[in-house]
Write a protein that binds this ligand. Structure first.
Ligand code: SAH
Length: 280
């Protein structure tokens, strides 16, 4: 067997280089071949001098993953670039599909190195304050590869369980119906005043953030570069920030004193007896 190369699958974060990790930048610097969707390649173009670049369009994801795997198997150091985190709606899933198709085994070339990045949920949350400080989930509204009834069921479950919801891929030029349906599903469980943030192109040149609410957010532009953050029933707006409390006020005063009947380090004591008793 010929000596194989290395396949880095790298997340470069939301945009600006300052938000890519040093490990991600090192993987790009080390690469002989850099593979990625044109937009992401552009974001790191100043790091690419002297490297072979394989740029492909959005719909050529499978051939991009295949090209990256094949070049690395043949001995090159290849870096496949994804925006955000490569493992969150990113390229690493397709890489595994290609590896499976070619019968790759762990320990055989190429050596796989997955480098995490700051995902859109993190970067967009940081621009809005503290929306994800309590339980949240991510849902992609793209039904190009997932049937809409499956997505709708997940929205319903997340809405009924009062998760903060981060919508990836909320809409595109052709795909505009999904976010409208998502709004009406969530509205069945949450008030129209629930805070909603629309963050477009976080940490990129055209960054634009809007803080609005569940009844009004569809009046604003939502596209392929937008992440939509929908608050839980506890999320509130403070000084233009979106804040989901962790629940400290259930247990402590603002001076840090423990409230009567509560115990630090132990489960929160609730006033109402729990409806379903757990078996001892
Ligand atoms: N792997 C990426 C997600 C790819 S799916 C990550 O971890 O972030 C593409 C979706 O991600 C977009 O439709 C948008 O909803 C979101 N997204 C990616 N980058 C973004 C950014 N800089 N600002 C806002 N949303 C972004």
């Amino acid at each position: 067997m010929s000596s194989g190369g290395i396949l880095y699958v790298v997340g470069i974060g939301p945009g600006a280089e300052a938000h890519a990790t040093p490990a991600a930048l090192r993987a790009i610097a080390e690469a002989q071949v850099v593979v990625g969707y044109t937009t992401y390649i552009k974001l790191v173009r100043h790091l690419l001098e002297g490297k072979e670049i394989v740029r492909t369009g959005m719909t050529e994801e499978i051939s991009r993953a295949r090209a990256a795997v094949e070049r690395a198997r043949d001995g090159a150091i290849v870096t496949l670039v994804s925006s955000g985190d490569p493992g969150i709606y990113g390229m690493v899933g397709l890489v595994f599909q290609v590896l499976k198709d070619i019968g790759w085994r762990r320990g055989e070339p190429p050596e796989l190195r997955i480098v995490p990045g700051v995902t859109a949920l993190n970067s967009c949350a940081s621009l809005m304050g503290a929306p994800l400080v309590h339980d949240f989930c991510g849902i992609s509204l793209s039904d190009l590869l997932t049937p809409w009834p499956v997505i709708a069921r997940r929205i319903e479950a997340a809405a009924s369980a009062d998760f903060v919801i981060g919508f990836y891929n909320p809409a595109s030029g052709r795909r505009t119906r999904q976010i409208v349906e998502a709004q009406s599903i969530i509205r069945r469980y949450r008030s129209g005043e629930t805070p909603v943030a629309l963050v477009k192109s976080a940490y990129r040149k055209l960054q634009h953030a809007v803080l609005t609410d569940l009844d009004s957010f569809l009046n604003y532009e939502i596209g392929m570069l937008t992440t939509v953050l929908v608050g839980s029933s506890n999320t509130y707006v403070f000084e233009g920030y979106m804040v989901t409390p962790r629940g400290y006020t259930n247990k402590y005063t603002s001076d840090g004193e423990v409230l009567d009947g509560q115990h630090p380090g132990y489960s929160l004591v609730v006033a109402e007896p729990a409806e379903e008793k757990e078996e001892a």
